[in-house]
Design a protein around this ligand. Structure first.
Ligand code: HEM
Length: 480
């Protein structure tokens, strides 16, 4: 018998017999290696799963869908399909949208340092890069303290009679006329914003500031095309001129050693800010106060005209205030005794949710609820979706101020945002709405002309065509 030496190769036919075994063991080995590599890969936080969702078409992503579908459906369809956190791609930016109160709190409050505010450079340049919205850290905290000081109840108490004067001058111009509610509310919100920015002693430059500001705002809401005669190019020019005007005012106030009132007085008094930092923040605050408040006011009038019984109940509350008034005008304390009117404002803020979401950007790869959000991705807490969730607000499409007789669950109601960047102007916004509603409901009635439904975006969602209404004198003005 011929012994096979271990060193000698097996005859060819015998070697063939070993092939399946060899193949089997190498497949087994490589599979084990693959599984090991996958496990290693999955353990690395950088390579964890991205949230579910569709990134749509290359570059345009799902932008067209977002802008052509009703935004309510866009968000809720994806929420139904993918859950409370999903990815998408808007205007070439990968985004993660979140719609649970807890996740929104993480992004805006508890882990806010990992998510910085983010705006397109075209918009940032028009407002001014040193404005509060664009910053984090020490510079942001310093500014926030100064801005908050200017809008705390203690500071705005003194503005009640100035705001009331604006209302009393404006309302009679509406009588027996058809007005465009949004345009009128913009006029009102702008005048109030000017008082809060500059104080009640108006400078000679105010008319010029208004014209330049309106040009700036038009460009801000247009396509950022920097060509001759485009609204954007005109806005860049207006922004430069605004800067010059503001610098003249700042210089005058510094020279006279009287910093004056309003936010400008507070920012000058802080003594740590440069002229351009002050200018960017004055423009930023006027910007933040203007269209937002005007859009909410427009919705308030729409909801009250749709709910006549509610309008009468609000009027009754205001009659009660009027009967107990000691002096000629409203006081801060009067405005604290309007619970029903205040709930109407709360419900308007929820139902209209004019800021559907806000933008943040992950400053590093962030592990989030079992997913990874890569550095540079946008993160959007969806305020509107949370405000319209039936678990927190039953029958969410119903306008029902009584739901605010009990406070909403924590982190489910964020019309003014949450955390570090939350709105410092919320009390002022509510105050100006209360003062307007007091006089409007007591003395006037308004009827929507033409089609009553539909929404347009300009830039916030507002009733179609800016809600044209015919205003008439209320027949019963004396309280019974
Ligand atoms: C009803 C009207 C208003 C609404 C719904 C509103 C809503 C908001 C929201 C949601 C934010 C947070 C944005 C974010 O987290 O990215 C915000 C920020 C801000 N709002 Fe308002 N706002 C209103 C009126 C005002 C008014 C009247 C002022 C000023 C007088 C104002 C000044 C600001 C400023 C300066 C910020 C930026 C704060 C920061 O970055 O720290 N807002 N607003």
């Amino acid at each position: 018998m011929k012994l096979l030496s271990l060193s000698s190769p097996p005859p060819f036919s015998q070697a063939l017999l070993h092939v399946p075994l060899f193949l089997f063991s190498s497949i087994l080995l490589s599979s084990l290696l693959l599984v090991f590599l996958i496990l290693l890969w999955r353990r690395h936080p950088k390579d964890k799963r991205l949230p579910p969702g569709s990134m749509g078409w290359p570059y345009i992503g799902e932008t067209l869908k977002l802008y052509t579908e009703n935004p309510n459906y866009f968000f809720s369809n994806r929420q139904k399909r993918y859950g409370e956190i999903f990815k998408t791609n808007i205007l070439g930016c990968p985004c993660v949208m979140i719609s649970s109160p807890e996740a929104a709190k993480t992004v805006l409050v508890s882990q806010a340092h990992l998510f910085k505010p983010t705006y397109p450079p075209s918009k940032e340049n028009l407002i001014g890069p040193e404005a509060i919205f664009f910053h984090q850290g020490a510079y942001h905290s310093k500014l926030k303290k100064l801005v908050q000081t200017s809008f705390l109840p203690l500071a705005i108490k003194g503005s009640v009679s100035e705001i009331e004067q604006i209302v009393l001058k404006m309302l009679p111009t509406w009588k027996n006329n058809t007005i465009n509610t949004l345009q009128e509310m913009k006029r009102y919100a702008f005048d109030v914003a000017m008082i809060s920015a500059f104080g009640d002693k108006m400078d000679i430059e105010m008319d010029g500031i208004k014209k330049l500001y309106l040009c700036l705002e038009k460009g801000y809401n247009s396509m950022p095309l920097n060509f001759p005669l485009t609204p954007y190019r005109k806005a860049i020019k207006a922004r430069k001129l605004l800067n010059e005007t503001l610098r003249r005012i700042i210089e005058r106030r510094r020279d006279s050693k009287n910093y004056g009132g309003g936010l400008l007085g507070v920012l000058l008094g802080g003594k740590e800010l440069s002229d351009s930092q002050i200018a960017d923040n004055i423009i930023g605050v006027i910007f933040a106060a203007h269209d937002t408040t005007a859009s909410v006011l427009t919705w308030t009038l729409k909801y009250l005209s749709d709910n006549v019984n509610l309008l009468e109940a609000v009027t009754k509350e205001q009659e009660g205030i009027k009967m107990k008034m000691v002096g000629a005008g409203l006081t801060w304390d009067d405005t604290r005794r309007m619970p029903l009117t205040s709930r109407v404002i709360q419900e308007t803020l929820r139902r209209a949710s004019i800021l559907s979401f806000t933008f943040r950007e992950a400053v590093e790869d962030v592990e989030f609820e079992g997913y990874i959000i890569p550095k540079g991705w946008k993160v959007l807490p969806l305020f509107r979706t949370i405000h319209h969730c039936a678990d927190f607000f039953p029958q969410p499409d119903k306008f029902d101020p009584s739901r605010f007789e009990v406070p909403p669950r924590p982190n489910t109601y964020m019309p003014f945002g949450n955390g570090t960047h939350s709105c410092p102007g919320s009390e002022l916004a509510k105050l100006e709405i209360l003062i307007l509603l007091h006089h409007l409901t007591l003395s006037y009635r308004w009827q929507v002309t033409g089609e009553n439904d539909g929404i347009q975006y300009g830039p916030f969602p507002v009733p179609k065509r800016g809600l044209p209404v015919k205003v008439t004198k209320r027949s019963k003005t004396v309280p019974t």
